[in-house]
Design a protein around this ligand. Sequence first.
Ligand code: CMP
Length: 139
Amino acid sequence: AVQRTFSIIKPDATERNLTGAVNAVIEKAGLRIIGQRRIKMTQEQAERFYAVHSERPFFGELVEFMTSGPVVVQVLEGENAVAKYREVMGATNPADADEGTIRKLYAKSIGENSVHGSDSEENAAIEIAQFFSEADIAG
Ligand code: CMP
């Protein structure tokens, strides 16, 4: 079925001017970018977004990194978009990512891994709603 998923192009990628390069991989995979905005995340936004990881040892580092520079938040749409985008991103740790995936191509480390993608359709809806109103999405 046609689904939406939520994506973030992270500060390590915007810093290296890789927004277009990441978007090219996304579009080549058949996903449509139906919403997109460049923002500087506040600490509150990052803490809320990553609340499920708040007990992890890397939480502080994660929030600090995600607020260290601009990010591009995106809504992607396509057939099986949630699983498709996770495939296109590659494994969380770039050392484990398959050839041709965004993280294999561009990620610097497990923390500075260039992109985020929702892990389920349910979380996609929650994550999209944190950053987008329907008026800013056009499929
Ligand atoms: P993301 O998909 O954005 O969701 C949670 C993030 O936590 C993950 O990508 C990684 O960037 C980050 N992360 C996971 N494990 C570690 C780790 N061991 N050290 C630092 N960051 C991590």
